[in-house]
Ligand binder design. Sequence first.
Ligand code: HPA
Length: 234
Amino acid sequence: MTVHIGADAGQIAETVLMPGDPLRAEWAANTFLDDPVCVNRVRGMLAFTGTWKGNRVTIHGSGMGMPSLSIYANELIREYGAKTLIRIGSCGAMQEKVAIRDVIVAMTASSLSTPSRGIFRELNFAPCADYGLLNAAVEAAKGTGANCHVGGIYSADVFYDERPDLNEIMTRHGILGVEMEAAELYNLAARHGVRALAVLTVSDHLLTGEALPSEDRQSSFGDMVQIALEAAFS
Ligand code: HPA
């Protein structure tokens, strides 16, 4: 047990998928894993451990935003020995070529700030994905039929952003989409020598105002779980 995770030692797998929403963790575990067991429900943050094609996997919610993800990822890595962490989540598109339902595999994650700011201070550290995972996810995405983009994303601190000028700068610099967790996941992975990746589906479009209809969210989410599992064990 740790401060925020109720699992016993040994109940967390070395491979952890991290959706933001704990109910999505439950759905993914029940849909994709054999013999899923709930191993955390502290503060309603659900986690399940089971197997996929014989490989042990934990699916653990991250909550929304980098401070929340940082709590769980730190404890998963430092206390439970997680070695591969893959965020699966949604993002807002920032390029015309990116459409609703497309998949973005995040090579890098820019930010204004992260919870690691206190460590990096004047250094503009460049958080980036594990190349092996990234490559495997791109291959896996081909099997889902999803239109897949690989490149930089933006990890924002606020969902209700009042700085449209920043979005314009991101778009002008080729940033594919915006979400709120990946940069700190990549920072932590670098610090602790583990593998990390973020696989995202586009749920809304900042340039067109379009949004994914709620009935389509489950199937897009399922594609991401499939891509993440195949990448982790390729
Ligand atoms: N902003 C931040 N995070 C998001 C968005 C967004 O527009 N869409 C999905 N996650």
